[in-house]
Design a protein around this ligand. Sequence first.
Ligand code: SAH
Length: 393
Amino acid sequence: MPTVYLKPGKEESLKRFHPWVFSGAIATLEGKPDEGDVVDVYTSRREFIAKGHYQIGSIAVRVLSFKQDERIDREFWMRKLRAAYLMRKAIGVAGNPTNNTYRLLHGEGDNLPGLVVDIYARTAVMQAHSAGMHVCRMEIAEALSEVMKEDIDNIYYKSETTLPFKADLFPENGFLKGGGTDNIAVEYGLKFHIDWLKGQKTGFFVDQRENRRLLEHYAGGRSVLNMFCYTGGFSVYAMRGGARLVHSVDSSAKAIDLTNRNVELNFPGDERHTAFAEDAFKYLDKIDDRYDLIVLDPPAFAKHRDALRNALQGYRKLNVKAFEKIRPGGILFTFSCSQAVSRDNFRTAVFTAAAMSGRNVRILHQLTQPADHPVNIYHPEGEYLKGLVLYVE
Ligand code: SAH
């Protein structure tokens, strides 16, 4: 097997089960691995420490196992997928009659860096973020089909935009199993059209499920503004929660169409809802103080560390506008899904925005990703979603 030898001392993070080897930690590479190959990782003292998928880039090895004798084969994928499935059942998102929308497998959080699997009714959408997972996709799909045989009919592979394009992998999106066209999934009793063919991520933002449910709790009698609505998830929950009026805004006309279809699917002919295809910043500039519940769930402003400063400025500017416009007694749900923005960074940006607006602001809830997007305790970077629910006087 191709082998990576680390520089002296560079095994420390692996000893603490951190699942990445950075390229700078590598002394020598033997056996000429191709991108996506499984490699063994040895310390400078020539002791085995881990094995994982090799790739050219800043993260050179994504660890699959810390055991020398563990083979990466069909049985391996089945063990991991079964463990992930049992966990989702244990926390009540799988095998739940009111919910068939959940993340079955969350990369590092389920000890499989580079792989994501979301379940939408009887379809699994599988996404590779590393060359290794792409290379193994057929074996993984077979294992998935075996583990989930009672629960799914289709496996759709969607990795055209998530793989490193330099690796010349030429991924094609398509069904690895089945090919069903029924794309309606149920999240806590609400129905959603899932666009896994063209939608963002795997077609839906599964990670906001619990936060949407919390919003439902606060929506009664309020005028709700859902900014960056995408599929209209927060809007549909607000309607079920008894909102007086719900306005959804997204700059993408496709997102607005999807939002309208999802509202219609759950609340046909309900006149409380209107959607606007507009830029969020411009929309906030022109409105008066008609809303008393605002959701700000923008796309990741910082995809990388270098973009951090601009991202924080972006969050600050956006939140100032919401603080300026929200009615007294209003509730603001504000989020950041940038991995490079820490909980403290985000809180400081929102704090600064609150101070600039001069409003009296209290934190009601501090939100994060749900339990089906678990954080591997040895990989704190996995905690990417941050949210604050604020009471604005
Ligand atoms: N809240 C959504 C997910 C938001 S994803 C959910 O719960 O599913 C981010 C969305 O922001 C995308 O749909 C994208 O089209 C939209 N977007 C990006 N930039 C925007 C801008 N400047 N103004 C309005 N919408 C924008």
